[in-house]
Ligand binder design. Structure first.
Ligand SMILES: CC(=O)N[C@@H](CC(=O)O)C(=O)O
Ligand SMILES: [Zn+2]
Length: 315
């Protein structure tokens, strides 16, 4: 990136990948990518090479989140630099292969943009996930997508948390972006979720085409939900959960949770309230994959980010 008069200049985004099956039981992304592998006409844009790719084929085959370890946590410097060996967990070997093909992570050779398609059992709608508040290219892209799908909403989750941020598959790209659409049960394909995901991808690729064609995007602001804290279920000393997400909180992703509001309900009907100091916006409420990660939901706060003007570097 270079800068002139407050405009961030980026190279054209020529190499773009769409990942599906980072989790092998999140069906909409898998089905879309498989469909585009057969016929990629709808994801083609002039001047852009868009590569659909199944990231965890063994997990997809078994329709399970992962085989040995979560691929979407595996792109750490340690894993990516480990000497290749058959004894490594399958997903670590796979992360190394993906890093070779689409990275190397952090290098000039890395893909420009990677979209990573996920589904959640939570009622999150179509959510875009960002890993950086200072990547003006992705900020402009999410601003474009939000405008394009309005009045439908498209919340943006920003995960820059020093402890809760993880090493995603998409993180090998210069501009990583996650797309999380729900609610959809694991292993189930829902047509409304599939279509929402497809529409967002259409607008995202349109944005890249406009950018490559020289359209300059003026400064704008983007409302995001910034990750604050992981909230676990109440558990007994054996680690078994002793309460459920409260019915008043279930499905209420992105709605304010105020101090004193019901949060969990014990099996004998007692309510456990939220006791934080101020309102938060919960999301990933009751995500199936997060029971093993000791997370009932994650709290966020609203923030408005400033996106600088962007333009392509003229060659
Ligand atoms: C439900 C699920 O898999 N969510 C994703 C979110 C992301 O891609 O950042 C994950 O935990 O990896
Ligand atoms: Zn996922």
């Amino acid at each position: 990136m270079t800068s002139r008069c407050g405009v961030c200049c980026f190279n054209e985004a020529r190499r773009v990948a769409i990942f599906g099956g980072t989790h092998g039981n999140e069906m909409s992304g898998i089905m879309l990518v498989n469909m585009w592998l057969k016929n990629g006409a709808e994801i083609q844009r002039s001047g852009v090479m868009t590569k659909p790719f199944i990231t965890n084929p063994r997990a997809v085959e078994k329709c399970t989140r992962y085989v040995d370890t979560d691929l979407n946590r595996a792109f750490t410097p340690e894993n990516l630099s480990a000497p290749s060996a058959d004894e490594l967990p399958y997903e670590v070997r796979r992360a190394q292969e993906i890093n070779k093909t689409f990275g190397p992570k952090g290098s000039a050779d890395a893909y420009d943009v990677i979209f990573d398609l996920h589904n959640t059992t939570s009622n999150m709608g179509s959510t875009l996930i960002l890993e950086s508040s200072t990547d003006h290219f992705t900020l402009q892209m999410v601003h474009y997508i939000k405008k394009a799908i309005a009045p439908a909403s498209c919340p943006v989750l920003l995960n820059e948390h020093p402890l809760l941020k993880y090493s995603t598959s998409r993180s090998v790209a210069k501009h990583p972006i996650g797309l999380e659409v729900g609610p959809q049960p694991q292993g189930v394909l829902r047509s409304n979720i599939f279509e929402s995901m497809r529409v967002i991808m259409k607008h995202a690729l349109d944005f890249i085409e406009l950018f490559n064609n020289g359209v300059e995007f003026p400064p704008c602001s983007v409302d995001v939900f910034k990750v604050q804290e992981r909230m676990d279920y109440p558990r007994d000393t054996n680690g078994n959960i002793t309460a459920m997400v409260h019915p008043d909180l279930q499905d209420c992703d992105w709605e304010p949770l105020n101090p004193g509001d019901p949060m969990f309900q014990t099996f004998d009907g007692r309510t456990i309230p939220y006791e934080g100091p101020s309102p938060v916006y919960p999301t990933f409420i009751n995500e199936a994959a997060y029971y093993e990660k000791q997370q009932a939901f994650v709290t966020t706060r609203r923030e408005t980010l400033a996106a600088q003007a962007i333009s392509k570097i003229e060659q």
